[in-house]
Ligand binder design. Structure first.
Ligand SMILES: Nc1nc(=O)c2ncn([C@@H]3O[C@@H]4COP(=O)(O)O[C@H]5[C@@H](O)[C@H](n6cnc7c(N)ncnc76)O[C@@H]5COP(=O)(O)O[C@@H]3[C@@H]4O)c2[nH]1
Lengths: 175, 175
């Protein structure tokens, strides 16, 4: 049950300390730069685990704006390891603009690559159920952490979107 | 089998691209700075998964020297995500000095924290066997990647070292 461990890893190794820290950053950001439409970190979960490195490649209505100031921590021997989040400008179909910090759930890239590697013992047909298990496990973990629970939004993306060029921006704004 | 997924994640999400990139960095580093005793990334695997954030806390003969230049990549929506490795100076018991890039295997921190959280479904007595499963799985994966195979050293650390203050430096140098 790979998704179970990856959800816990995403929490203990990242969200548990990044989400509380983000709260502070986002408050300072609104005061001085563009006004964010939401304070929450939007975490994108494509159902087929195919997470690209640049959301623009999926939908050109999702455009990188700039990075928030980085957080630096000593982690497991790496000195001043850097954690940063990216703010995107999203354009809706009525031309409304929506700014927020967003990223794909990076562990889904591992699920995807494992399903393609015959040594990893994990196939394409298990992938979707693993993404759903990841989503359910992560939701429960984050709900139980008072320091995290209102600071994120898990956005399940149904990417069997035959040729709809702006499905991603639509799903983020509508959410 | 949490350790299995964490080993694959450590490979696909980190070592697969960091190890080949490190080769280049280390060659430039030797030419201009301190001479590294080994080009390999030393990855520490404490058997009880208790990986501290600063190795100095375990053994003051392992001292941070400086970071290598960082690698920046667009990853899953995060723009210019930073990957860096730290060079340490290790002093042996004959006062010999040994310089190398080293870090604890970060996923072991997840194993440790999961074993402490009663919701994670994973107890302290399974922890050691999960560390060994992580070690075996990771060894196989890295051995099969020609771009990785001579660029790392997995250092299993037996940390049931009753009061030996320099067990870590000894294990790194002797390895
Ligand atoms: N030593 C070290 N230095 C790094 O820069 C690094 N980056 C990743 N890893 C380890 O490789 C594996 C794969 O990483 P992935 O990004 O898929 O998952 C990551 C990712 O989903 C999220 N995360 C961690 N750091 C960041 C970050 N800086 N930005 C975004 N997401 C992050 O939280 C998960 C667990 O992180 P770690 O528990 O630190 O260990 C990871 C993991 O075991 C690293 N290990």
């Amino acid at each position: 049950n790979v998704a179970h461990g990856l959800a816990w890893s995403f929490y203990f190794g990242y969200l548990k300390f990044v989400l509380p820290d983000l709260e502070e950053k986002v408050r300072n950001y609104n005061a001085t730069r563009v006004r964010l439409s939401s304070h929450r970190l939007h975490i994108l979960l494509p159902l087929n685990a195919a997470a690209p490195n640049k959301p623009e490649d999926e939908d050109n209505h999702v455009v990188f704006h700039e990075n928030l100031p980085e957080l630096q921590l000593n982690r497991a021997g790496v000195r001043q390891r850097s954690y940063k989040n990216s703010v995107y400008k999203i354009t809706g179909h009525n031309n409304e603009t929506y700014y927020c910090a967003l990223e794909y759930a990076t562990p889904l890239q591992t699920l995807y690559l494992m399903s393609q590697d015959r040594d990893a013992g994990f196939g394409e047909k298990e992938r979707k159920e693993q993404v759903l298990l990841f989503y359910r496990t992560l939701s429960q973990i984050l709900e139980n952490d008072l320091e995290c629970r209102n600071r994120f939004r898990l956005v399940l993306i149904n990417d069997e979107h035959t040729g709809e060029p702006h499905y991603l921006s639509r799903e983020i704004i509508q959410h």
